[in-house]
Design a protein around this ligand. Structure first.
Ligand code: NAP
Ligand code: F7E
Length: 351
């Protein structure tokens, strides 16, 4: 039985990867941060199936301990301060976790279990102000946020440990991938949650920043399969994982509202632009400059040719299916929230 250690197991990708590895018969270990209140995040349903170890990416002693306990064949380093917007508010913590944290785990592996295979969660944010369209493995990097800069260090140190110590280390340069488990601050989930609330009458409108930014979006389930495939090859290498399509944030908004029977029509410009419900004329989308970023990544479009050829990786969940799944999941969540509130009010009234 193979053993895998996942950092960031409570996050979106960590939870789908844990499910995939359990299905494949792995013994799965995960590291979890100590918090004032125990929070299993996205692995509440898996907490009895995986082995959890308290550790933090900024504490090398705890990572050495985690490698010692798990003796992994494969390590997936998914832990990160992953929200680009917050990286301007917490640049030092972002660098400690997303840059130095990678060095910490590589050192822990080198010293305790040097034959373990290592996956680093690199990102299309490293391309930032894109120097080429589409972006592939050889495209020069130009990060645009403290997050992107920190991840670039993680990317190069992963490559450096491969070349310096002959370790089996890979970086997956993953483009945006989303899901029903995506954090609510990311634009896709912020939109699908709001669409469900507006449809069910518990939210008035949605406020966003730059809705003309373009992203290459896929579903997390497809992307964690690529992570696993990278660690099953004879020779370690780096790969771009992307859908090969790009869409504006406004297209995501339009499609998400269409799924609940609302057509959005746009009027105005810049911060004065609004999106109205075509049938009622009601304003349901507004622009708020507080969601603009100090430096924006305007366009991302990945070329996954190398992954398709060498890993035999294919995307299964299309853009429109992704939007549909996220909207349907949020409709269900908001409905049960409303029902819970009604049940609570009714129960209180009968006391
Ligand atoms: P996510 O949902 O934000 O999950 C991040 C995970 O990291 C959480 O489990 C979090 O734990 C953990 N973490 C944060 N700081 C930590 C620390 N100091 N020590 C230990 N654990 C820590 O992110 P995701 O979307 O699953 O992404 C997974 C990885 O892929 C990240 O490295 C991200 O930067 C990268 N990536 C993501 C995308 C994407 O589009 N999703 C694209 C490219 C690369 P808590 O639950 O305690 O917060
Ligand atoms: O923003 C624009 C925003 O925060 C997407 C992370 O997983 O993918 C993710 O980073 C776009 C940006 O994701 C709002 O300005 C407009 O252009 O969903 P996001 P991201 O920044 O692309 C990469 C690959 C990662 O590696 C990261 O870890 O949407 N946008 N209005 C907005 N974004 C947010 N969050 N909120 C808004 O109101």
């Amino acid at each position: 039985m193979k053993k895998a250690l996942i950092t960031g197991i409570t996050g979106q990708d960590g939870s789908y990867l844990a499910e995939l590895l359990l299905e494949k018969g792995y013994e799965v270990y995960g590291i979890m941060r100590r918090k004032s209140k125990v929070d299993y995040g996205n692995i509440e349903h898996l907490k009895d199936k995986v082995k959890l170890i308290y550790a933090d990416m900024t504490d090398i002693v705890s990572l050495i301990n985690a490698i010692n306990i798990s003796q992994p064949d494969e390590v997936y380093n998914l832990a990160a301060q992953s929200f680009v917007g917050a990286s301007w508010e917490q640049p030092v913590a972002t660098a400690d976790i997303d840059a130095n944290g990678v060095l910490n785990i590589l050192e822990a592996i080198k010293n305790v279990k040097p034959d373990a295979r290592f996956y680093q969660a690199s990102t299309s944010e490293m391309f930032g102000l894109v120097q080429e369209v589409p972006q592939k493995e050889t495209t020069p990097f130009y990060p645009r946020s403290p997050y992107g800069v920190a991840k670039l260090y993680g990317h190069w140190i992963t490559k450096n440990y491969r070349e310096s110590y002959n370790m089996y280390t890979c970086s997956g340069i993953l483009f945006n991938h989303e899901s029903e488990r995506r954090g609510l601050e990311f634009v896709t989930r912020k939109i699908t949650d709001a669409v469900a609330r507006i449809k069910l009458g518990v939210q008035d409108h949605l406020e966003l920043g730059n809705i003309d930014a373009k992203r290459d979006w896929g579903h997390s389930k497809d992307y964690v399969r690529a992570m696993w495939l990278m660690l099953q090859q004879d020779i370690p290498d780096d790969y771009v994982i992307a859908s090969g399509e790009t869409h504006k944030v406004r297209e995501f908004i339009e499609l998400a509202f269409q799924h609940v029977g609302i057509d959005v029509v746009w009027s105005g410009e810049g911060v004065g632009e609004v999106g109205k419900d075509k049938a009622t004329g009601k304003v349901i989308v507004k622009i708020n400059s507080k969601f603009y970023r100090p430096a924006e990544v305007e366009l991302l479009l990945g070329d996954p040719t190398k992954a398709k050829k060498n890993l035999n990786w294919e995307l299964e969940i299309t853009f429109s299916e992704l939007v549909k799944r996220m909207v349907e999941s949020d409709l269900e969540k908001v409905r049960s929230e409303i029902n819970g509130r009604e049940y609570f009010n009714e129960a209180a009234a009968t006391k």
